[in-house]
Design a protein around this ligand. Structure first.
Ligand code: NAD
Length: 374
């Protein structure tokens, strides 16, 4: 095999963040190193600050040098931000500002959350195992529009009443770009999109449905169904196997992704990817990859955090920002092999089961990736 320096340099910016962020990101980087070693990829990782630790050092949650590095990167891998130290509700800057600012600055309009039921899910999810069999879905959530950003918003006094307003606003082009992305993804999966809205009540949802229908006409091989969000919430639990790609506006996607995480069994297991329109030097979307969990201050520094969400985020990075599908699958298989043989952190353990540290689970995954080579 040629020396790995003969290969094109792939520039990955790593933002460990706060709490367990550095612990789980260390695991994800070890896995990327193992993949680089095995396939001869030249991954160059550089660490920058974001969130609470950036506030401590720079007085801002998203320092200039962090943002500049992310803009120039091929992909960004993030741990988590936040913690009690920065929780003062009157604080001028908050750790979350770093994350929201980064999504906005990089134009990351699509959040992808794949959810698969594994052998471990069958044991720990509150949903019955027969309902979980074969669950493999992807929620595609619109991330930069809708009710979280729409104007007008705010409060006003009307007579002796206080009124608060939020606005669910979507333009055709905002719906079209996220719908295109969802249909493209479905084409690489099982060719089905379920678009979620509340078109029986909301005007913005009627536009959403109209545009999704227009986009669907360009993807004749993909089946489209529309679910009202209330029904979708029910079907996610009663027949989750029937979903492939779920396409949802910001608010609905936010709620449904947390609901869907129950299918996998633990927050610590789930990865996410946020993608936009800008392309990296490899010609793929510049993405932000992060586990869905937070900084878990209650377990930080104890080497017991589950690294799987972060490791699977690295797998998504390989797939979506680098086009390394085989490498992504090897990481996912290594994780499944590790978990199904009982090598789990405490959050996944059955009563009395032996538990491993973050580092030990990571070593199992790394070894499985490296051993596969032989
Ligand atoms: P959390 O996800 O950090 O923790 C919720 C529970 O899940 C805790 O009991 C924690 O110990 C456990 N948990 C989370 N990840 C785990 C893992 N990998 N392995 C094992 N157990 C894990 O949510 P929270 O407690 O609501 O928030 C804590 C802090 O994280 C807050 O400051 C919050 O603002 C921040 N937060 C950040 C993000 C992010 O960076 N994307 C997301 C959510 C919350």
């Amino acid at each position: 095999m040629p020396d790995k320096d003969d290969y094109v340099e792939i520039n990955i910016v790593v933002l460990p963040g706060d709490g367990i962020g550095p612990e789980v990101i260390r695991a994800a980087v070890a896995v990327l190193d193992a993949v680089g070693e095995r396939f001869g990829h030249n991954f160059q990782t550089q660490e920058y600050l974001i969130g609470g630790c950036a506030i401590d050092n720079y007085g801002t949650a998203l320092p200039e040098n962090t943002l500049a590095a992310c803009r120039a990167a091929d992909a960004v891998l993030l741990g988590a931000v936040g913690g009690p130290k920065w929780d003062d509700p009157n604080a001028k800057v908050r750790p979350e500002d770093g994350l929201l600012g980064l999504r906005k600055e990089l134009g990351l309009f699509a959040n992808l959350r794949p959810v698969r039921a594994t052998s471990v899910s069958m044991q720990i999810s509150p949903i019955r195992p027969q309902r979980l069999q074969g669950v493999d879905l992807m929620v595609v959530r619109e991330l930069t529009g809708g009710i979280y950003f729409g104007q007008p918003r705010g409060r006003k006094i009307i007579g002796d009443e206080v009124q608060a307003v939020d606005s669910m606003v979507y333009t055709k082009s905002e719906v079209r770009r996220i719908a295109n992305l969802a249909f493209d993804l479905a084409g690489q999966r099982r060719n089905k999109v379920t678009s979620v809205d509340k078109a029986n009540v909301l005007e913005s949802s009627r536009l959403w449905r109209e545009v999704v229908n227009e986009v669907a006409a360009h993807y004749p091989h993909v089946t489209l169904e529309h679910n009202l969000v209330d029904a979708a919430a029910m079907y996610l639990i009663s027949r989750p196997q029937t979903f492939d790609v779920i396409l949802a506006a910001n608010l609905f996607g936010d709620i449904l992704t947390d609901e869907a995480s129950v299918l996998a069994g633990s927050m610590g297991l789930l990865p996410s990817a946020s993608l936009g329109e800008s392309r990296n030097t490899q010609g793929y979307p510049l993405g932000l990859y992060e586990p869905i969990h937070g900084s878990a201050p209650d377990i930080a520094g104890k080497n017991i955090a589950n690294p799987v969400g972060a490791i699977l985020s690295a797998a998504l990075l390989l797939r979506h920002s680098l086009g390394f599908e085989a490498e992504a699958e090897i990481v996912e298989d290594a994780v499944e092999k590790t978990l199904s043989t009982g090598n789990v952190t405490i959050d996944l353990a059955a009563p009395g089961q032996r538990t491993l540290t973050t580092g030990e689970v990571t070593q199992f995954v790394v070894k499985s990736i490296s051993d596969d080579e032989e």
